[in-house]
Design a protein around this ligand. Structure first.
Ligand code: PGA
Length: 250
């Protein structure tokens, strides 16, 4: 781990309802106790809960993000979509873009690029996910895949501002499989170097995501070039989430 604030992004996917506010309250109370002072927790609940989560976490160290936004901004005839501007207007701070579950529903690098430019313009902080499939991993083309995803999705982005990257091998998401620490270190360094060269900046944050849980966190936290974790399944259970945070930061 790097020594700064350690990020824990809780991606709730299509889970959670009003009863989930109880578990959020528990995490807020623990966060108040200063026990988690090195942790930066970002909840990304479904759209239906964002407003409530934003209100509950006001004046706490917990921030709220969305799991996606539309590639058109403002308002318009886009049934079922939510814009970056609408998210911003209710106090959402972050947005996850390029998650493989969105890519598998049709989000191409070009669409992700449009979303990034819009979210950036709205001053939403972006968590951009990149990662390879199992086949690409076996064919040893991971670095090519990462390079292409980064270059295409960041096209025309003049300044790399308020963007956190998440290295998420697709074959690790929800499967219980995780790469070796050495493999993660290599791919994260590669990602950091691309951004360093492209934008001439030093402080680049990269998280690891894919089957992070309370049992494997003691191994994963030994990776010294990552800045935190993007957690799906395990983040919906507050006991598991707190266990992960404590094991990493205390
Ligand atoms: P997982 O999901 O932790 O359930 O594998 C990770 C993710 O949402 O990217």
């Amino acid at each position: 781990m790097t020594n700064n604030n350690i990020y824990f992004v809780a991606n709730w996917k299509m889970y959670g309802n009003l009863r989930s506010l109880k578990s959020l309250n528990k995490v807020i109370n623990i966060a108040k106790s200063n026990l988690l002072k090195k942790a930066k927790i970002i909840y990304c609940p479904p759209y239906t809960l964002i407003d409530q989560f934003v209100k509950k976490t006001k004046n706490t160290k917990i921030d709220i993000g969305a799991q996606d936004c539309h590639f058109k901004n403002g308002s318009g005839p886009y049934t079922g979509r939510i814009s970056a501007n609408q998210l911003k207007s209710i106090g959402t701070k972050y947005v996850i873009l390029g998650h493989s579950e969105k890519r598998s529903e049709g989000d191409t690098d070009q669409i992700i690029n449009k979303k990034i430019l819009i979210a950036n313009q709205e001053k939403l902080k972006i968590i951009l996910c990149v990662g390879e499939t199992y086949k690409e991993n076996k064919n040893k083309v991971v670095l090519n895949v990462l390079k292409k995803q980064l270059n295409s999705s960041l096209k025309n982005l003049k300044k790399f501002n308020n963007i956190i990257l998440a290295y998420e091998p697709i074959w690790s998401i929800g499967t219980g499989l995780i790469p070796l620490n050495s493999e993660i270190t290599k791919n994260v360094n590669f990602i950091k170097n691309i951004i360093k060269k492209k934008y001439k900046i030093q402080n680049i944050k990269v998280l690891y995501g894919g089957s992070v849980n309370q049992n494997n966190i003691n191994i994963l936290k030994k990776i010294n070039n990552i800045d935190g974790f993007l957690i799906g399944g395990a983040s919906q259970n507050y006991n598991k989430l707190i266990d992960i945070v404590k094991k990493t930061t205390i």
